[in-house]
Design a protein around this ligand. Structure first.
Ligand code: ATP
Length: 676
């Protein structure tokens, strides 16, 4: 590696990088950044320009920064360059040969385009062995500062808090938890959340996150109302808002809250007074909507100068919140507002860069509570947590992991498989399949395999018990509602029934490209359904076409990831016209002219990434036939846990599942360290 500036951009490393861009292995943007830096400061050494290219490349792959030390250890693997199975004249390891960490750091530190401190204006920031684009360094330090300040903000709790918590949570405890032999983590989560302006509650599917939050909100509203009464004020309670990263996730939380609060309102929920239903909202908005997204701008209406009007914010599916969004959210929160983050730390990180929940919850599995925290928890809940003591950081004191799945117990294949995958045990995962009737695996010889066709159409695969559905089901619900002219009824009930039936089954793919990826599977499924006479896919828009928004469309009020179905309705003459129907977070349906949807994709198959925040009764996850760096434990776990009732793995090469389970996703970031 040359520490001199680049003299001839047509040769050597520069030409090689160009070749990587032409191959689509690097983004044009990555190289453009280095070119721009070289233009601004022509004396910039080649090793600095290369560092800039690679930082940008890594950012595009979700990493907040470039970890120089990790890179030098194994450049090709860290960068996934050249991509698996592809050949190149030279590789990153060649480009970096001979460069030591100390040399590189020293050269970077001296470069005009690099700052080594937060203050400054250089486009790159070197922080120890991490190199950042300035914007992301700023987001990271803002997020860390804000989370630390918020966790340090403590609220006074009344002396009877233990009795109040017990009244709310005792009905949820099993015998051992009631006897104090096993900690009841839901009560512990609520106690910690009550005392501070920050709480993080992580848990897998069905571990009771929503249940905990409802009871926690009941407690906090009662406390606030008591305080307001004591001050002679109207007992209006806290201004509570609820949000989630996607429309689908928002709709799911809203539905779940509405059902729970409905039961509470009817006095059916032990430990919770009926009146609580009136002081907890069920409206859940997307984070974009909450913050007041502006079309074509990354700025929001709500920010530090115009904070949100709320006292408490619950954010569900927090694993999907990227660093930039978290920075915007924290900036817009009033300083004394409470923030409660809910999510599953083991799921895939956000699509955009960062892994905020993962960074926060690094030690959540083996909590390290300080003496002070344990003392508080003993007073508030009666549980002795000495078995969970340790030198945990301050932020860790506000983090709880819920461990018991109330949906997927020991008799559930989905739960058992998900736990084996999460534990990284490929052998255990292998042994799970034959023992349960809710999970199965297919090993199709090709995409034309009859077993794959049966799965897609009927939802059936050998080993599954009960009546899982395939795509035939929703298409039949669709056609059964049509009149003689082929038009659906005007009332929403039919469209809702078709949408619900569509949610019964979903194919997920680990990768986008290739015959086993989203593009290939979408094509394959269309062919299967057309051959079965269930769709007429010769025109781009046809009855039954499911589509996903690939971008936010503020004009239409639809967000990236929203899913709609193309359905026929009657025009003035009673003839069918197609409209795409989207379920909205508030429970309403929106009908859109197909021609207005310019950035949508057919979604018979979607990536596991895009499926986050959604659940389907029967989920089938398709793995590719060739190794791919995206195949990781987090991806497999996320795919499995999208299934509510049945899970089918489609694996042309089952060995790839084993290697995926062993492969962890690590996103480079300095957030974990800053939060210490
Ligand atoms: N301690 C408990 N004992 C028994 N059942 C519980 C307990 N906590 C929650 N449940 C029940 O378990 C189910 C899942 O709970 P909940 O919806 O709160 O979980 P969740 O973690 O929010 O799930 P997800 O986010 O995956 O939808 C619900 O039916 C709920 O009533």
């Amino acid at each position: 590696m040359n520490n001199a500036p680049i003299t001839n951009p047509d040769h050597g490393l520069w030409a090689e990088l160009e070749h990587y861009v032409e191959q689509g292995w690097l983004r044009a943007l990555d190289l453009a950044l280095a070119r721009w830096l070289a233009q601004q400061v022509p004396s910039t050494p080649e090793s600095v320009l290369l560092a800039a290219v690679l930082t940008s490349h890594q950012l595009g792959r979700g990493h907040i920064c470039l970890d120089l030390a990790a890179l030098l250890e194994d450049p090709d693997t860290l960068l996934s360059l050249p991509p698996a199975g592809r050949k190149a004249d030279s590789r990153p390891a060649d480009w970096l040969a001979g460069l030591t960490l100390a040399q590189w750091q020293a050269t970077l530190a001296e470069a005009e385009v690099v700052d080594t401190e937060e203050a400054g204006t250089a486009p790159l920031v070197l922080d120890g062995q991490r190199l950042y684009l300035r914007r992301f360094h700023r987001f990271e330090s803002q997020v860390a500062r804000s989370l630390l300040a918020r966790q340090a903000l403590r609220f006074e709790l009344p002396d009877d808090v233990q009795a109040r918590l017990a009244a709310l949570f005792d009905p949820l405890k099993d015998e051992s938890e009631r006897a104090g032999q096993t900690p009841h983590w839901q009560s512990i989560a609520a106690a910690l959340a009550a005392r501070s302006a920050l709480a993080v509650i992580s848990g897998g599917p069905g571990t009771g996150k929503t249940t905990t939050v409802v009871r926690l909100l009941a407690l906090l509203q009662a406390l606030k109302q008591d305080e307001q009464r004591a001050q002679g004020l109207e007992p209006t309670g806290l201004r509570i808002r609820l949000a989630a990263p996607t429309g689908k996730a928002a709709a799911r939380l809203s539905e779940s809250l509405a059902a729970t609060l409905g039961d509470i309102g009817e006095g059916k929920v032990a430990g919770v007074e009926a009146g609580v239903a009136k002081v907890i909202p069920t409206d859940v908005s997307t984070l974009h909507r909450l913050l007041g997204a502006r079309p074509d701008s990354r700025f929001f209406r709500h920010n530090a100068d115009n904070p949100l009007h709320l006292d408490l914010l619950v954010v569900d599916e927090a694993s999907m919140v990227d660093l930039e969004m978290m920075a915007a959210l924290l900036a817009a929160l009033p300083p004394r507002a409470r923030l409660i983050l809910l999510g599953d730390k083991d799921q895939l990180a956000s699509v955009e860069a960062g892994a905020v929940l993962g960074d926060l919850c690094r030690y959540a599995g083996e909590p390290r509570y300080q003496a002070d925290t344990r003392g508080f928890l003993f007073r508030a809940t009666g549980y002795d947590l000495d078995a969970f003591q340790g030198p945990g950081s301050d932020i860790e004191q506000q983090i709880v992991m819920l461990r018991k799945s109330h949906r997927f117990g020991a008799d559930s294949g989905i739960g058992t498989l998900a736990r084996a995958v999460n534990a990284g045990s490929a052998s255990e995962a292998k042994s799970v399949w034959p023992r349960f009737g809710d999970i199965t695996q297919l090993q199709p010889a090709s995409v034309s395999d009859a077993a794959l066709r049966l799965l897609v159409l009927e939802g059936q695969a050998e080993g599954l018990e009960g009546t899982p559905k395939g795509y035939r089901h929703y298409l039949e619900v669709l056609s059964q509602g049509l009149d003689d002219n082929g038009c659906g009824p005007e009332q929403d009930a039919w469209a809702r029934a078709v949408l619900n039936a569509f949610g019964e089954f979903q194919l997920l793919c680990a990768v986008r490209e290739g015959e086993w990826g989203v593009s290939g599977m979408n094509e394959r499924v269309s062919t299967i359904l057309a051959k079965a006479g269930l769709i007429q896919s010769d025109a781009p828009w046809y009855a039954g076409r499911p589509v996903m928004m690939m971008r936010n469309d503020y004009g239409l009020g639809l967000m990236n990831g929203d899913i709609g179905l193309c359905l026929p309705f009657a025009d003035d003459m009673g003839q069918p016209v197609l409209r795409v129907v989207f379920p909205m977070p508030d429970g309403s349906l929106k009908r859109v002219l197909p021609s207005r949807l310019t950035e949508v994709e057919t979604v018979f198959a979607m990536t596991v990434h895009k499926s986050q925040g959604s659940e389907f009764a029967h989920t089938a996850m398709v793995l590719p036939a060739d190794p791919n760096p995206v195949l990781t434990r987090e991806l497999v776990y996320t795919g499995i846990t999208r299934a509510r009732r049945w899970f089918t793995l489609v694996a042309p090469r089952p060995a790839l599942l084993d290697s995926a389970i062993r492969q962890r996703t690590q996103r480079a970031s300095g957030l974990g360290e800053r939060l210490k």
